[in-house]
Design a protein around this ligand. Structure first.
Ligand SMILES: [Zn+2]
Length: 489
């Protein structure tokens, strides 16, 4: 058996002021055949990583294609997408004959001229490999699950957990189902229910936790192979943005339809009940200072680089400095220029630094402060489950009583290493303020005495009614009160 795997992945915030070019991929994941690391998967490359580890045991040959992934930001340069796509498709063509293809795709990538990048890629891949080849795809649950994709693959699986701690587990599931299909043990059929809703569904909160646990319990029996809840990615103006339920069943389409409908109706009934409570920045900082235990973790989802925000909004840092919040650490502020200036100044230097607040109106104003450079570290990383995520060069500066982590490669707060790389132990802090929607919970949830979510003036507004959608299909909740959810595939 011959399997091929490749990745083209980013999460595109079409409202973001930062265009995504090839340089953003080169900065994050830009791996050609023969360059894939052995230690851990990188962003969205879990299908290749898992298949490589199982090829000998499961008796197949893996042909490794290129893997390209970039941190979330604005719409991707058209020529750069076509360059990456055509490279992967040429590799696919050269690898024929193939029994199966495994794609690790984020599922919310938008390029100029391509609102459905993954649909375009899968349609072209299908044309190359033919109908008999099994195409299996892993998506982030923050994806746009378009009909074009479902029509051009055999098995689609999304992560179940938010934070995404199950990326490698779902890649294992995908490979299992692809191999069982190749052995003739199963014949997958898929059903897709469109809930007509935009929402956020952290699986660390009870209602969604229960839903995911019930989904998982349904798998592997009574002909149900896989169940995915598509959360959608709200910060993209594309036609098929919507929460959806996807069921993969063995042969029995009617059974897949019935389960997708039952779970879809349940997902609809959860509208408005799945998001955590948000405080204002001022109230959040006050509550953190007043809280007896430590550390209090404050999350700033509105400036989450993982959703395409710049991660240079200064509102929380400013609030902590103004309140003289001793024992507070904040990160990450993405500001490669400030990092460069700190390296130039050197450890122990006290100097006037302007940092943050640079990219756009939603970055707030830059902070001008007399800072002390407390730590510097080159080419840092943080972990997210088994995945390694680059931070680039990092600097820690102290402003009054507050320590601020500046990073050169834009990403959200994921692992404790974000602070530890610079000698800051988040466990020992009174307050740890992180820029992240919910992925931070994987590492920071277990150490937090309390978690407080705040709504800053960063670009990722929680109120979707404020986003300037023009292409999204209507009606959809919460933009419209009346909607018509239903089975669409
Ligand atoms: Zn995601």
């Amino acid at each position: 058996m011959r399997l091929f795997s490749a990745t083209i992945a980013t999460e595109t915030n079409t409202f973001s002021p930062m265009p995504t070019s090839l340089a953003a991929f080169q900065e994050s994941v830009f791996l050609r055949p023969g360059e894939h690391p052995d230690d851990a998967p990188r962003m969205c490359t879990a299908p290749l990583f898992v298949a490589r580890n199982r090829a000998a045991r499961d008796g197949f040959t893996l042909i490794e294609g290129s893997c390209f992934a970039a941190s979330p930001a604005g719409t991707v340069n058209r020529a750069d997408y076509e360059f990456m796509r055509d490279e992967v498709l040429a590799q696919l063509n050269a690898a024929l004959p193939l029994d199966a293809v495994l794609f690790g795709l984020h599922g919310a990538m938008v390029a100029h001229g391509y609102d459905d990048v993954e649909g375009d890629l899968l349609e072209r891949a299908r044309a190359i490999v033919g109908q008999k080849c099994v195409i299996g795809v892993e998506h982030d649950l923050h994806c746009h699950m378009t009909l074009k994709r479902i029509r051009n693959c055999d098995i689609m699986i999304c992560y179940k957990e938010f934070p995404h701690t199950d990326v490698a587990d779902r890649a294992e599931d995908l490979l299992d189902l692809v191999l069982r299909t190749l052995r003739g043990e199963i014949r997958p059929v898929m059903s897709l229910y469109d809930c007509r809703q935009i929402g956020s569904y952290p699986t660390t909160l009870p209602l969604m936790r229960g839903f995911v646990d019930r989904m998982t319990a349904l798998e592997g029996k009574d002909g149900i192979l896989s169940v995915s809840a598509v959360h959608c990615f709200p910060y993209a103006d594309v036609e098929e943005l919507s929460g959806r339920i996807l069921v993969v069943a063995d042969r029995d389409k009617a059974k897949a339809d019935a389960l997708a409908t039952r779970l879809g109706e349940e997902f609809v009934s959860m509208r408005g009940k799945t998001m955590p409570e948000f405080l204002s920045v001022a109230d959040g900082v006050d509550a953190a200072i007043a809280f007896e235990g430590a550390p209090v973790v404050i999350a700033d989802p509105a400036d989450n680089a993982g959703g395409g925000a710049p991660s240079d909004n200064t509102t929380i840092v400013r609030a902590l400095i103004e309140r003289d919040a001793s024992g507070a650490a904040v990160g990450p502020i993405w500001d490669p220029i400030a990092v460069r200036l700190c390296f130039d100044a050197g450890i122990g230097a006290r100097f006037a630094l302007r940092f943050g607040g640079k990219i756009g109106p939603a970055s707030s104003q830059p902070l001008d402060a007399l800072v002390e450079v407390t730590a510097l570290a080159r080419e840092c990383w943080q972990s997210f489950g088994p995945t390694q995520v680059p931070l680039g060069d990092c600097a820690a500066v102290r402003v009054g009583a507050v320590d601020v982590v500046l990073i050169a490669k834009r990403t959200q707060a994921l692992g404790l290493e974000l602070f530890e790389n610079l000698g800051i132990d988040p466990r020992a802090r009174k307050i740890v303020a992180v820029k992240s929607t919910n992925h931070f919970m994987a590492a920071y949830g277990p150490i937090a005495a309390r978690v407080i979510y705040v709504e800053s003036d960063g670009p990722l507004a929680r109120n979707y009614r404020n986003l300037p959608y023009t292409k999204i299909r209507r009606p959809i909740w919460p933009l419209d009160a009346e909607t018509s959810p239903g089975l669409i595939y």
